[in-house]
Design a protein around this ligand. Structure first.
Ligand SMILES: C[S@@+](CC[C@H](N)C(=O)[O-])C[C@H]1O[C@@H](n2cnc3c(N)ncnc32)[C@H](O)[C@@H]1O
Length: 206
């Protein structure tokens, strides 16, 4: 099954709160976004945001330029329905982050929880990093969360890569400085625990 078909099937057959990665609030992500110190009019993109509630909390706190990108239209529809009229204040993009052409230097903050780890082919990871280099402003921030080295080896039934903070930072290379790393024990709706690593990096000015 192609990746897009996989994700459309997930989001058309399961409730947003019934998937292993569900969080009622993306607290660690919000904490790291606060840590960047960006203003409320900063451009923030949630890559592979799915039906995450991160966008709800960003809007609630007054962040005015939020974009959510995902491969799955059904995932974004779920978020739009949940938000109601507030969804009109968000830019929604359907696309594959390894192929989409994002506007140059458009975002102050790039956020990804549990998406980069699906990129098992080096060429996909290279394309992803190129997208970050293009779309994030010089001096902007990149927050990427993946399964940690002691995390699961599959997510949504698909194989994933697992990372240490240094290993994850190495994928992005010299244009990025690792500012902070956080471990998280994510409690799934099924009562299991998944170990995540979050990295906050700064994209150095050219
Ligand atoms: C495990 S879910 C995480 C969703 C969300 N980030 C969260 O924390 O709730 C992975 C998400 O990545 C999306 N995705 C997978 N591969 C993608 C790709 N190549 N480009 C864009 N989105 C992708 C899926 O549709 C899905 O919504």
């Amino acid at each position: 099954m192609q990746s897009k078909d996989h994700w459309e099937q997930v989001y058309t057959t399961k409730a947003s709160s019934g998937v292993s990665w569900f969080q009622d609030h993306a607290r660690q992500s919000m904490q790291l976004i606060h840590q960047t110190g960006v203003d409320k009019d900063a451009g923030i993109i949630d890559v592979g945001g799915g039906a995450s509630t991160l966008v709800d909390d960003l809007l609630e706190e007054g962040y005015a330029k939020v974009t959510v990108l995902d491969l799955s239209e059904a995932a974004l529809s779920a978020s739009k329905s949940r938000l109601g009229p507030r969804a009109e204040n968000v830019s929604w993009l359907v696309g594959d982050i390894t192929r989409v052409e994002l506007p140059r230097h458009a975002y102050d903050v790039w956020h990804d929880r549990a998406v980069f780890h699906f990129l098992t082919a080096p060429a996909e990871r290279e394309a992803y990093v190129q997208a970050v280099l293009r779309a994030v402003k010089p001096g902007g921030h990149v927050i990427v969360a993946t399964f940690a080295e002691d995390g699961p080896d599959k997510c949504s039934g698909l194989p994933v890569m697992r990372y240490s903070a240094d290993g994850l930072h190495a994928e992005f290379g010299a244009p990025f400085t690792l500012l902070q790393q956080e471990r998280e024990e994510h409690h799934t709706p099924f009562g299991t625990v998944q170990k995540f690593i979050y990295c906050l990096c700064r994209k150095e000015p050219n």
